[in-house]
Design a protein around this ligand. Structure first.
Ligand code: 13P
Length: 247
């Protein structure tokens, strides 16, 4: 039985004051699932300290594919571990679309995270054009194949995968539970072709306009093991309500 996992992706949001408010509200929450909060780099120490004792773990939203050295503006996985991160998102569609991250680079980042003992949340998902062209499963399979080329399944199972249809991110247009389940099942089948046992252990999260009102139905799908939450994670009470739906 896979324990549900709900992760907050704050993206490029927050401030010292807003984070402190969020963390104060979170102190009263007891979530029935595993919880990760992925904060912007500069706030990781603050958020890590604020989450201490709450059971929620700290995550980052990106890492460098390189070891520490002369890479101006980059942040190494070693540094994330050093400030208390246990998790890191790799391959978010915003990084793929806006910062040119390729399937291969994303896989390299996942492999580097794993090598450092950081759990990657590796994101895959199709654009609206790709879905309308009937290419969803093909696109996601190619993204997964690139990950599997650099990370064995049992290593991916150490972290988590996230299916985030690009057209559902921040649009208020959620994939239906059936649409999401179809892709999650295909991802798990692809994992199972390499290692059936590890595939059964791997948590596959859904992301894209998850709200308190639609989370329970999504999380009830057999291959949906939790969520990666953007906008709704910025309000502690909304995020807590989504976590409660993962019981
Ligand atoms: P929203 O929940 O704002 O749609 O964002 C989803 C997402 O991109 C999480 O990584």
């Amino acid at each position: 039985m896979r324990r549900k996992l709900v992760a907050a992706n704050w993206k490029m949001n927050g401030s010292s004051a807003a984070n402190a408010q969020w963390l104060a509200a979170w102190r009263d929450v007891s979530a029935p699932c595993d919880v990760v909060v992925c904060a912007p780099f500069v706030y990781l120490p603050q958020v890590g300290a604020g989450l201490a004792g709450s059971g929620a773990e700290l995550g980052a939203q990106n890492l460098s594919a390189q070891a520490p050295g002369a890479y101006t503006g980059e942040v190494a996985g070693e540094m994330l571990s050093d400030v208390g991160c246990r998790w890191v998102i790799v391959g978010h569609s915003e990084r793929r679309a806006l910062y040119g991250e390729t399937n291969e680079l994303v896989a390299g980042k996942a492999a580097r995270a794993i090598a450092l003992g950081l759990k990657p949340i590796a994101c895959v998902g199709e654009t609206l054009t790709e879905r309308d062209a009937g290419r969803t499963l093909e696109v996601v399979a190619a993204q997964m194949a690139a990950l599997l080329a650099q990370c064995p399944v049992e290593q991916l199972a150490f972290g988590a995968l996230a299916y985030e249809p690009v057209w559902a991110i921040g649009t208020g247009r959620t994939a239906t539970p059936a649409q999401a389940q179809e892709v999650h099942a295909a991802i798990r089948e692809q994992l199972a072709r390499a290692d059936a046992q590890a595939a059964q252990r791997t948590r596959i999260l859904y992301g894209g306009s998850v709200k308190p009102g639609n989370a329970r139905e999504l999380f009830a799908q057999p291959d949906i093991d939790g969520g990666l939450i953007g906008g709704a994670s910025l309000v502690a009470a909304e995020f807590a309500a989504i976590c409660a739906a993962a019981s």
